[in-house]
Design a protein around this ligand. Structure first.
Ligand code: S3P
Length: 163
């Protein structure tokens, strides 16, 4: 089976859904942010603060190419789709699943999250702009699942039925 890439905005549930999907499909799960943190030896917040977003985006490009492209669930950072190279890579090598979530629900879930640097830097209006800018890129996924008001098990069941 080709790699499954889970994409979506911060707070869409990629990590939680990915873990459960991995259990159900009995596949290993790797999170690109966690992988970068491990490789670099710093948190994402520190990478942003000390090295800048540009360097972080370069790490994201590298990590996608390093990870296996078969028999794996890969959960990605919300900004992975910004780079056309990443969109093309995921689309060519795996099944891209976009976890869509309505903005009002994302705001609710993300309130006061100190682990997400982009969130700390941006107010809600800017987050909205970011969300709208990225939406067309997220929508290039092979499969789109609306996660608003749905449980993790329900979402995973839908994904499995569509594979
Ligand atoms: C980012 C999302 C984060 C992380 C970084 C940048 C983004 O991942 O990669 O803070 O640009 O949307 P999550 O989507 O897991 O929060």
């Amino acid at each position: 089976m080709k790699a499954i890439y889970l994409t979506g905005f911060m707070g869409a549930g990629k990590t939680t859904v990915g873990k459960r999907l991995g259990e159900v499909l009995q596949l290993p799960v790797i999170d690109t942010d966690a992988y970068i943190e491990q490789q670099v030896g710093k948190t994402i917040a520190d990478i942003f603060a000390e090295e800048g977003e540009g360097v972080f985006r370069a790490y994201e490009r590298e990590v996608l190419k390093k990870l296996p492209t078969e028999h794996i669930v890969i959960t990605t950072g919300g900004g992975i789709v910004i780079q056309e190279e990443n969109r093309r890579f995921m689309s060519n090598h795996g099944i891209v699943i976009y976890l869509h979530c309505e903005l009002h629900e994302l705001f609710r879930r993300l309130a006061d999250d100190a682990t997400r640097p982009l969130l700390m830097e941006n107010k809600q209006s800017q987050m909205k702009q970011l969300f709208e800018q990225r939406l067309p890129w997220y929508r290039q996924a092979h499969i789109t699942i609306d996660t608003t008001n749905r449980t993790v098990d329900d979402i995973v069941e839908t994904i499995v039925s569509l594979l």
